[in-house]
Design a protein around this ligand. Structure first.
Ligand code: ATP
Ligand code: MG
Length: 670
């Protein structure tokens, strides 16, 4: 175990009041959090279940949990290490009665929210841009903690007023569906605590020490939640780096760092200066770049990791050559120098940049792991099954009800559904409950009513089986009852697609079983609805990959890379309009993009390679690209430029192919 430096030790041992650790990348901020958890448990005698540590992404939360488990083997029972959203969900889950929610409430993901907004907007011809606009407005209002009435009062212009009205309708529907959305996961607990000091007190007794990583990215409601939970005791450690604030677009407020000093006058500030991650050259480049941003806090960073290699800037002809170059070089280094694939990370500004790279890596048989692409939960088959599960545990979820009612076909036509909907809203009940009301018979034909009741009757059976018997078995039987496999094979474009989809369905069932088992270890009362809610929150894709052997090249966006580190980093697309992103150039918001570049550079431990293309396809057209201004801001003496001219690239391609051939021969020889 590494030895803490004196400043780190000071931060770990300081428990007499609130503490802020403010320091640059790789200086051991996250390490302070994990070591402090161990210190609180082992030396201060605080039980793990009274400690909570929060961070921003599932990946970061998982890494943190792993580090703590290594430090405290067998002693982490009940410890909370999670994302803000997960913590919020746990609070809502335990306090749902106070909040007027029924057990088994649904969590709407982004796509669910959009579908609902689309239905609510008066004209059916709304384009998706308008739906996006309303969705973002609602999200911003929620993050700024504004209720619909406040939103409407402060709205400027007809567009905003209409959005505020949609917000009101949206909230009413969520409530009727017994559902909350992602933003509610944070805000709802905050409001609950404001209105019910007794409930807050209970939570304050439960969470006796709170630690927050990546503090610069908290938004207003997250900040309030932190303040409420900590109360007057000041049992709080937060760590952050204002230079790594990259979520302003999601309402993050780096000024929360300064606000801390106002809200906690006794706040102690510790600054860390030694970087333990990167070579001096990488660190110097990062420092030089970020010096172009204005600074509230002064920070210095130095490293003893040696000078290291120069940073490489590789020019390529086009995006194809860029991806080819990255793929062949990784394969080459792997074979020649025995560097494991997992030591490489390829970072980029937008997910679309990964597509071509994936193709190249596949063609060279380089294993890779793509984080944060299309979410597992946005796949149709997963949405279908989740629809069933949601209705099973929350019969008020009309959205989910409508998704599954004719899947597979039950010959319940649109007119029937429309009448059912009218009847339900007249009676102010959910669609599910409406099916069972006697009065429905006056509005619908006998056969239509029968079909609907057959469906709800069957769901009741499954529900009983779920709660009185084995829930996982019940879900498996549900899938068989509806012959989902048959339906997939009828509807998929090919057999292999159908097979893949069915595998995803099995994977979901397996994950549910694992999650339920894990939840029950901490809380034997935990039921299937909790497992479902938990799963929705976790990025299942990540977990799927985590269970694989992880000797893979890591592909992810700059945003997703925060807090992580890799020996060899490739930063693709170092061009104007990509990094800095075109929207930010238009909005004059270069500073946030510079911080993003800073985050990318500081992920690298040993080598950093930045690539760019001279031409790139955009909206089907070939455009000329300009090198990113950030390259000009790096110290020229530490850069090594490569790849001017096409000859180099051809040599490189040939080298890649030769390596591949020798690899194949090697296998043939074995
Ligand atoms: P970021 O700003 O990117 O989130 P960070 O400040 O959280 O970075 P860590 O991830 O905690 O930094 O630490 C960076 C690396 O330095 C890790 O590999 C960690 O194990 C190592 N490290 C931290 N403190 C020490 C120490 N005192 N001695 C040796 N290595 C250390
Ligand atoms: Mg960190």
């Amino acid at each position: 175990m590494s030895k803490l430096n004196p400043r780190q030790r000071e931060a770990v041992h300081y428990i007499s009041g609130p503490l802020l650790v403010l320091a640059g990348a790789g200086s051991g901020k996250t390490s302070v959090i994990t070591r402090k958890i161990a210190y609180l448990v082992e030396t201060c005698g605080i039980e793990a279940r009274h400690i909570a540590a929060v961070t921003f992404t599932n990946k970061a939360a998982r890494e943190m949990k792993e580090r703590v488990t290594q430090l405290l083997p067998g002693k982490t029972k009940g410890l909370t290490v999670s994302t803000f959203h997960n913590l919020g969900m746990n609070i809502i889950r335990r306090e749902h009665k106070q909040l007027g929610l029924k057990a088994g409430f649904s969590i709407f993901d982004d796509q669910d929210s959009r579908t609902l907004i689309k239905d609510l907007l008066l004209h059916n011809d709304e384009d998706s841009e308008h739906v996006d606009y309303v969705r973002n407005m609602i999200s911003n209002w929620k993050n700024e903690m504004m209720l619909p009435a406040q939103a409407e009062a402060s709205a400027v212009g007809p567009q905003e007023i209409l959005a505020a009205r949609a917000y009101e309708a949206y909230n009413t529907h969520l409530k009727a569906y017994n559902a909350v959305d992602f933003d509610d996961l944070i805000w709802t607990p905050v409001r609950l605590f404001e209105d019910h000091p007794d409930v807050l007190e209970r939570w304050q007794r439960r969470i006796r020490y709170l630690l927050v990583d990546e503090y610069q990215d908290t938004n207003l409601s997250q900040y309030k939640l932190v303040r409420q939970l900590v109360g007057h005791r000041g049992a709080l450690t937060v760590v952050g780096d204002d230079d790594q604030s990259i979520y302003a677009w999601r309402g993050a407020r780096p000024e929360n760092l300064e606000q801390l000093q106002v809200d906690f006058p006794s706040l102690k500030v510790v600054k860390l200066e030694q970087n333990y991650r990167s070579t001096s050259r990488i660190l110097k480049a990062a420092n030089t770049l970020i010096a172009n941003n204005p600074h509230v806090f002064d920070k210095t960073l130095w490293s003893e990791m040696g000078l290291g290699d120069a940073l490489r800037v590789v020019h390529t002809r086009n995006e194809d050559a860029e991806c080819e170059r990255v793929a062949t070089e990784i394969l080459d280094l792997h074979l020649r120098n025995n560097i494991p694939f997992k030591d490489f990370a390829v970072l980029y500004r937008g997910n679309h940049q990964a597509r071509l790279l994936e193709v190249k890596l596949q063609s060279y048989q380089v294993p890779y792991k793509l984080s944060g692409g299309t979410s597992f939960f946005s796949r149709a088959e997963i949405k279908d099954l989740m629809g069933y599960l949601k209705v099973l545990v929350n019969r008020d979820d009309d959205n989910a009800f409508l998704r599954i009612i004719n899947l597979p076909r039950r010959e319940i036509g649109p007119t029937t559904l429309q009448k059912l909907g009218e009847y339900a809203s007249e009676r102010d009940v959910s669609l599910f409950d409406a099916c069972e009301e006697m009065g429905l018979e006056q509005h619908l034909s006998k056969s239509a009513v029968e079909k609907l009741r057959r469906f709800t009757h069957w769901l009741h059976q499954k529900y009983r089986q779920c709660y009185e018997d084995d829930p996982i078995q019940a879900i498996k039987e549900l899938i068989q009852d509806i012959d989902y496999e048959g339906w997939l094979f009828q509807n998929a474009s090919s057999e292999s697609v159908a097979e893949k989809r069915m595998q995803n369905v099995y994977f979901l069932v397996d994950s549910l079983r694992n999650t339920l088992e894990r939840l029950q270890e901490d809380d034997p009362e935990a039921g299937i609805e909790e497992a479902i809610a938990r799963l929705i929150l976790l990025d299942l894709m990540d977990r799927q990959e985590e269970e694989d052997d992880s000797n893979r090249v890591q592909l992810m966006t700059l945003h997703a890379s925060k807090g992580l580190e890799f020996p060899h980093v490739y930063l693709m697309g170092m061009e104007e309009e990509l990094l800095p992103h075109r929207n930010s150039i238009e909005n004059g918001d270069i500073e946030e993009e510079r911080r993003l570049a800073y985050v990318g550079i500081t992920r690298a431990k040993k080598t950093l390679t930045m690539t760019l293309a001279r031409q790139r396809k955009q909206f089907g057209e070939l455009i000329d690209c300009t090198a990113s201004r950030f390259l000009d801001e790096l110290p020229p003496e530490d850069l090594e430029t490569e790849g001017h001219g096409e000859k180099n690239e051809r040599v490189n391609q040939a080298r890649g192919r030769a390596t591949l051939n020798s690899l194949r021969n090697m296998f043939d020889d074995l």
